[in-house]
Structure formats: C-alpha cells, structure tokens
Design a protein around this ligand. Structure first.
Ligand code: HPA
Length: 271
C-alpha cells in the first residue's frame, strides 16, 4: 500500500518523535483512556489515507501521541488483523510509519492462548521468540524498507528490552512467564490436535497477530519487545470451548497488572 500519503498526514499531526510506540492488544486498550492519553494528540486510523475503519469488538482504531511516565510515547489502540481480510501491507503499515517517523522501539502486545501447561490464565508472557505459521510473510513483494531483503530474526525480540521488561515485572513483584509465541491466521480458534502439534514444535502461546508486525518492525530497524496476555488455555487443555468473550474478559481482568508493567517499563526505558 502507499505509505507516503498516510506518512505525511501523520508527520503533520505528530507533536514529537516518540521514544516508544506501543500496540495495545485485545482488552488492553484501557491505557488509551488514561488521563495522559486523553490529554494527548489523537489521530484516527481513518484520518490516514488508505486506512479503513476497524471491525472487531474490543479494538479501537487510533494513534495517541502523549507523554506518559515522563516519556514521549505513541499508543496504537487497535490493529489490523490478517483474518479480517486485510493485506499484510496494511496489517504492518503502522510499523512502516513508525520506522519512518524515527521511532526507535516498539512494544507489541496481544491476547494469546496458553499452550504451555505450566502457564495460567491472566498471566503475562514476555515474548522471547516466535514461530510464523501464518503461511505467508509480510515482506513478500518489493523490499519497502531500509533493511535488507533477508532480515535476520535471530534476536527479533530485543534481549535488552526483554530484560528491562523482566526487571519492571520483578520491581512490581509481578510473576511473568517467558516463551515462544506462535502466530496463526485465525479467525477460527485452533483444534486440540493443532495445539498438541504446536506444543511439540516448541510454542508456549498462540495468537493471531504480532509476528507480521515484528518482522516488519525489525526490517525498519526498530527494536521490538512483545508481551502476551494469556487470556485462555489453548484448545483442548481444559474441558470447555473457547469464546472471544472469555478472551476479552480475561484481558480486562489482567488489564491492571498489564498497565502497571507497561508504565514501569516506560519509566525506566533505556534505549
Ligand atoms: N488462539 C488464538 N488466538 C488467541 C487465543 C487462542 O487460544 N486466545 C487469544 N487469542
């Protein structure tokens, strides 16, 4: 998709170059309603040429430039998912824009199902690595970014930022998990057999976002940190069906600890 037009609108509205962009995942949108965020500069996705309105319940659809914990941040409430039928170019367009705005780092958050049986609903997982099972790659096509044609994914989730997240969690006495996030397209949830297969592959959590954004953010030269809110045990682990409602409710229940973690991380952010 054309990035020039939305980029020039965003540059025109941006009051500063953010130190960190934060993508707020399902149920984690409360931060967008915090007083600092309310006082910030809001840009609706629909103000950006080529960006369609949002469709899924629980997702907003705006960018907020604000000062939070003494730092300049850009909050992204809502994201474009591949399962909505959007092309990967749009799914990852925000990362391209942040890269070109000069944002040095992004924190990607999401709701995920826990595959690792040692994990519990409501816990947060720091993403250490990912497995891309979306069946495609957002970099297919002309190389749009400043980075190489074949970007390295060895340390896609920045070890330094992950250490800072772990330190923030420890400071709050908040127990967090660390693990591998596996991305599928959705929108159906997985079958129990798929979850067993994913566990055998080494996945700890499963979700329908984040990986394309990570790949493009890395190609844009940004440092990436990722946190999953484990909103349900993945299919087949518990003797019950999965519902989107349950995912949203668990996200809402974990919102307090998530927000505390993010604020502590921002406060002590060392880039
Ligand atoms: N599977 C895929 N995506 C998800 C899940 C899940 O169990 N929970 C939240 N997002």
């Amino acid at each position: 998709m054309d990035l020039q037009a939305p980029l020039s609108v965003l540059k025109g509205k941006a009051p500063f170059t953010p130190e960190l962009a934060i993508v707020l995942g399902s149920g984690l949108g409360a931060l967008a309603e915090a007083p600092e965020a309310r006082a910030g500069t809001r840009v609706l996705f629909t103000d950006l040429p080529g960006f369609p309105p949002q469709t899924v319940a629980g997702h907003g659809g705006l960018l907020i430039f604000c000062e939070m914990e003494g730092r300049r941040v850009l909050l992204q409430a809502g994201r474009f998912h591949f399962y909505e039928g959007h092309p990967m170019g749009l799914v990852t367009a925000p990362m391209r824009l942040y890269g070109r705005l000069g944002v040095p780092a992004v924190l990607l958050t999401n709701a995920a199902g826990a595959i690792n049986r040692d994990f519990a609903v409501g816990q947060l997982m720091l993403i250490r690595d990912h497995i891309n099972l979306m069946g495609t790659n957002p970099l297919i096509g002309p190389n749009l970014g400043p980075g190489p044609r074949f970007p390295d994914m060895t340390s896609a989730y920045d070890p330094g930022l992950r250490g800072q997240l772990a330190a923030a969690a420890a400071g709050l006495r908040l127990p967090v998990q660390e693990g591998t996030y596996l991305a599928v397209t959705g929108p159906s949830y997985e079958s129990p057999a798929e979850i067993r297969a994913f566990r055998a592959l080494g996945a700890d959590a499963v979700g329908m976002s984040t990986v394309p954004e990570t790949i493009v953010a890395r190609q844009e030269g940004m440092r990436v940190a990722g946190v999953s809110c484990l909103c349900n045990m993945a299919a087949g682990i518990l003797p019950q069906a999965l519902t989107h409602q349950e995912v949203l409710e668990a996200g809402a229940a974990a919102a307090g600890s998530f927000e505390a973690l993010v604020r502590q991380f921002i406060r002590n952010l060392a880039l």
